[in-house]
Design a protein around this ligand. Sequence first.
Ligand code: ADP
Length: 399
Amino acid sequence: MKVLVINCGSSSLKYQLIDMENEEVLAKGLCERIGIDGKLKHEATGKDKYLVNITLNDHNDAIKAVLDALLDSEHGVIRDMNEIDAVGHRVAHGGDHFDKSALITPNVKEYITKYIELAPLHNPANLTGIEVCEKLMPGVPMVAVFDTAFHQTMPEKAYLYAIPYKYYEKYKVRKYGFHGTSHMYVSQECAKLMNTPIENLKLITCHLGNGGSVTAVQNGVSIDTSMGFTPLDGIAMGTRSGSIDAAAVLYLMKKENLTTDEMDTILNKESGVYGLSGVSSDFRDIEDAEIEGNKRAEVALETFAYRVAKTVGEYVATMNGVDAIVFTAGLGENSGPTRQIICSYLGYLGIELNSYRNSVRGKAVEITTKQSKTKVFVIPTNEELVIARDTRNIVSGVE
Ligand code: ADP
């Protein structure tokens, strides 16, 4: 079975075509600048990279371009569209309705539409991706894989905010958590590396990319996570503030006479390490600036690492211990220095990093010494593979 995985953002679209016989990625790529001008990067396993500047007015154009690239005589990997057996879509918000992936039906689409209110930037793009695929690939079964689903196991005490209960009842204002597919994948991989059933483990997974979140995974399920009602909450991120006293937000709005949209932009797009450093939202640029002596870059990186370490500490407390900590995503997988600073706060867990292993990139590895009381791993995430597996299982009736 060949599964096409689609991850639709507002102006970008990532895709992979995976052969589920051996879980081999046949091709992958990215459409960028959808609605602006358009760019397609396509890479088929064992073939040259294929870069095209192509007009992408909307997601319809983008998905057509993806299918054309997959079918291309030189750069493609299939000869006929019928070779695509199923499509798996990443969907940001499944509210409290979806605790696992679902076969896409009109009813499922209604829920995704309903939750646009909760994820106004992501769910509309996800829905568009689904609808365009339905149009271009009629009859091909499709599955929605939700970023929130893995966190539906959180207990009430973790997901409720201490605000009047009626707002939870009326508007479902609560913590949902995101990056669920990634936290689930790396926690399961970690259990395999530890050769221990996940049901016997207390794990803390740190997904540190442009967006970032930390999750407490106890006995294989998420019991708490740092992102909240939206992906703004928790640790500081590339451009997002993470947790902040709500009263500080109100104060700034009054002082600067800001509308809610303006404040939203400040918190989501102008804050985080970008806002603190004034350099960039990309940690590589900030690390370079720090080396050149930029003080604000140093403060931004320190604040970031401090907050990740503090969140790890919270989850050690809530689980009453931890067996292993996992780093994943762009920064978590690639930045040894960041992992090292975070772990320097965790000496009370008996963590001892092996500096050689901490410099390894791009593969799953334990980065602590043999003596380390708590293990630390770097595990590359693979959300696309989880989406493809769920899609295969649901379409073939295994789940
Ligand atoms: P997202 O999927 O949230 O866009 P990624 O998981 O791809 O993010 O992570 C992207 C981020 O990872 C970049 O913004 C960059 O800051 C960081 N990153 C990637 N490689 C490195 C590296 N070698 N050193 C430091 N940071 C890195």
